[in-house]
Design a protein around this ligand. Sequence first.
Ligand SMILES: Nc1nc2c(ncn2[C@@H]2O[C@H](COP(=O)(O)OP(=O)(O)O)[C@@H](O)[C@H]2O)c(=O)[nH]1
Ligand SMILES: [Mg+2]
Ligand SMILES: [Zn+2]
Length: 322
Amino acid sequence: MTSPPSVPPARERTGRVIRAQSGFYTVETDAGPVVAVLRGLLKRERRQEGLVALGDDVRVQLLDLPAGETGPVEASIVEILPRRSALVRRAPGPKGAWAQDVVVANIDQMVAVFAARQPTPHLRMLDRFLAIAEIDELDSVIVLNKVDLGAPPDVDAALDVYARIGYPVIRASVRSGEGVDALRAALVGRISAVVGPSGVGKSSLLNAVEPGLALQTGEVSESVDKGRHTTRVGELHPLAGGGKVADTPGLRELGMWDVDPGELEWAFVEFRPFLNTCRFYDCTHVHEPGCAVRAAVETGAVSAARHESYVALLQDAPRRRP
Ligand SMILES: Nc1nc2c(ncn2[C@@H]2O[C@H](COP(=O)(O)OP(=O)(O)O)[C@@H](O)[C@H]2O)c(=O)[nH]1
Ligand SMILES: [Mg+2]
Ligand SMILES: [Zn+2]
């Protein structure tokens, strides 16, 4: 008995984007990984590239390739499921506007790595990262790598400030092995994104944490991340103990996206106890009389350097309020 040829029902799966490169996405599904592209219609609806981010949960439709044939693309992404979190940066968009750029979606924490030396740590940049993570509602872990080179005393003192305000601080060295177990423990069972300037040892640290990863280190190339038209490869690496981690190449500036001054003050966690006690309800904590945050800076309860970072970020943030 023969039956008329019928269109097989669309085979759909959901999964997580674990690799993104030049419009090709590796989606981890229950039945294994599939390489998918974004369906044209979805692309047109949203009118932009980069709609799918590393870490996104997506619905894919498996392509019906002729029997016996295999192709590089096995599925098309037909839906991006709601994100529960995202690490977002501000990137130059069309016509000089700022566009939102999701670096990694659905992560639990940001791991900010700096080097004790080579390159010199920029704590202003760390404060920016931490503020972004707070705004994105992500936990943060701070890693000072290359402690074998000896941290400058002011950097050591500053790290104590971060520990005091509640951030986990790991002093590490890939050379000596110090801190590697602590970093592994911080990563296990969680989805993390590692951020920080080039050359601080992000990839080396991850290789030490997870020897099978074999991430490229040393030869530092920023070119992959210079402009929006260049290729960026993103990958969520599985960890033996459970969890996943994304190494972000050359993410020098993790800009602020559409930050409201009211959000920024909240993003400096140690300001929170003082925010409702300023004389003016709309105090920006820069110059107003009766400012409880600045009073706390005077007494040393809030670090002057952190307050300076806050002021710098406030001036940098796009204003939505008049
Ligand atoms: N002295 C020292 N050098 C390190 C350490 N970790 C990494 N490096 C070196 O720093 C350079 C940059 O490392 P890499 O992992 O590529 O940095 P990334 O750009 O942040 O991923 C390489 O030459 C590493 O060998 C460390 O703990 N101590
Ligand atoms: Mg690297
Ligand atoms: Zn104030």
